[in-house]
Design a protein around this ligand. Structure first.
Ligand code: PLZ
Length: 449
């Protein structure tokens, strides 16, 4: 791997000088608790002062290895040179005009890049927004305008955001939906091909799950009423579930045959995260619309809907937008982020991370029966923890392991419908030494558990 990016003065090392969190973080946490709403959580309340490459430095002088990338955002690192340079220059020129008032080139350039990078060689257009949830909401608006239909189909274990419509699209109740209803209507959930938990085994899963999903759509909703089918090509918050082979192409074909807009939500899986620009490329699926956010802009808030020009143009002028959507600083950051991905070949980096991680995790699985499944692609890798000898989810173990890693200065995240998945999302620019050191910490945590 080439040298990681990040502020040049930020040493790429793990350094633990206090308890985690340290005294200064605890002080800040007390202030935070007094003023920040309880509904906004934090995985690990160490307060950050600098971050870049593969590390996060806190107010107490600790340097943590980052296996989270701010939830799959800082693929190029949290202070990538091209992102900082381009965003700073843009900040000095102008911060905002509102693209709907007077436009600027950066927005157009990002849309050009999206047209080039997303799958398919059809004519494409994009619209830019601030957050992933907003992109998904707009994909639904566009699909409804195009099809003049209302129903939206989503999948078990799917996650699409926290706004009212995207809460409805999201599968898991706690913590995302509990107490926040009523939810938007005309949203229908069907089975997904979760190989590890499929009753007749992973070999049969793709065919059987797609047949079940299609049967439910046709019998319970009516294909002619469906505007959009929305799926994450690798399901993120739901547990890094790669739909069993055959499932995505079959569902995409069904959508095509029935005039339904097929939407790939690549907000977590996109932009080199899985070792390809977009995860749906793995099975050659070409979505009608694709939603992106997170990794696109190296940490600045930017999101997009990209897709077939005729579908994107179905919404009337003025029908899409928002004050800040496609903010010029965020667009400059996106151009810096995409430049970095190309220059450092971050797809190759992600594939190398997969190789290293899966090798080490497989060796751990041989010793620790609690590791039921290892899955994911590129630098989107997870292990599902179960009670030994069963497939009963062990959420307590996932929590305990994450805590043990945090105490040693490795930031890891959990996920999964059952809360029993440990997920690893390192920045793609992490050095291989740090990657292995992080895996050493995970291994030691398993041994101690
Ligand atoms: N679609 C596939 O992964 C965001 C959310 C974490 P926003 N995932 C992390 C949390 O607890 O809020 C996500 C995603 C997929 C949509 C979204 C929503 O993106 O930018 O958080 O709105």
């Amino acid at each position: 791997m080439t040298a990681p990016t990040g502020g040049p003065s930020l040493p790429q090392e793990r350094r633990i000088v206090t308890a985690i969190p340290g005294p200064k973080s605890l002080e800040l946490q007390a202030r935070r608790t007094a003023t920040v709403a309880a509904g906004v959580g934090s995985t690990l309340p160490v307060f950050t002062v600098r971050a870049g490459g593969g590390v996060i430095e806190d107010v107490d002088g600790n340097s943590l290895i980052d296996f989270g990338s701010g939830i799959a955002v800082t693929s190029v690192g949290s202070s990538a040179e091209a992102v900082v340079r381009r965003a700073s220059a843009q900040l000095a020129d102008f911060t905002h005009t509102c693209f709907m008032v007077t436009p600027y080139e950066g927005y157009v350039e990002v849309c050009e890049q999206l047209a080039e990078l997303t799958p398919g060689d059809h004519a494409k257009k994009s619209a830019l927004f601030n957050s992933g949830a907003e992109a998904v909401e707009n994909a639904v608006k566009i699909a409804r305008a195009y099809t003049k239909r209302q129903a939206v189909v989503v999948f078990d274990h799917g996650y699409h955001g926290r706004t009212n419509l995207t809460m409805a699209l999201t599968a898991k109740n706690m913590p995302y939906k509990q107490g926040f209803g009523p939810f938007a209507p005309e949203v229908y959930r069907v089975p997904v091909a979760y190989g590890y938990r499929w009753p007749t085994g992973p070999e049969n899963c793709g065919a059987e799950a797609s047949a079940q999903a299609i049967d439910q759509i046709t019998k319970q909703i009516g294909a002619e009423n469906v505007a959009a089918i929305i799926i994450e090509p690798v399901l993120g918050e739901g547990g890094f579930i790669e739909p069993a082979k055959g499932f995505l192409p079959r569902i995409a074909q069904f959508a095509k045959d029935n005039g339904i807009v097929f939407v790939a939500d690549e907000i977590q899986s996109g932009f080199c995260r899985t070792g390809q620009w977009f995860a749906c490329e793995d099975e050659g699926v070409v979505p009608d619309l694709i939603t992106t956010a997170k990794g696109i802009a190296g940490g600045l808030p930017l999101a997009a809907v990209t897709g077939r020009a005729e579908i994107m143009d179905a919404a009337h002028p003025g029908g899409l937008g928002g004050t800040y959507g496609g903010n010029p600083v965020a667009c400059a950051a996106a151009l810096g982020s995409i430049e970095t991905m190309r220059e450092l070949d971050l797809n190759a980096k992600a594939k190398r991370i997969e190789e290293v991680m899966k090798g080490r995790l497989s060796a751990m699985q041989e010793k620790h029966e609690i590791i039921g499944d290892i899955r994911g692609r590129g630098a989107m890798i997870a292990i599902e923890l179960v009670e030994p000898g069963t497939k009963n989810p062990d959420a307590a173990a996932a929590g305990a392991l994450a805590k043990a890693c945090h105490a040693e200065g490795l930031l890891v995240l959990t996920c999964g419908t059952y809360g029993n998945v440990l997920r690893f999302l390192p920045p793609l620019v992490i050095g291989e030494d740090l990657l292995n050191e992080g895996l050493d910490i995970i291994e030691a945590a398993f041994t101690r558990l």
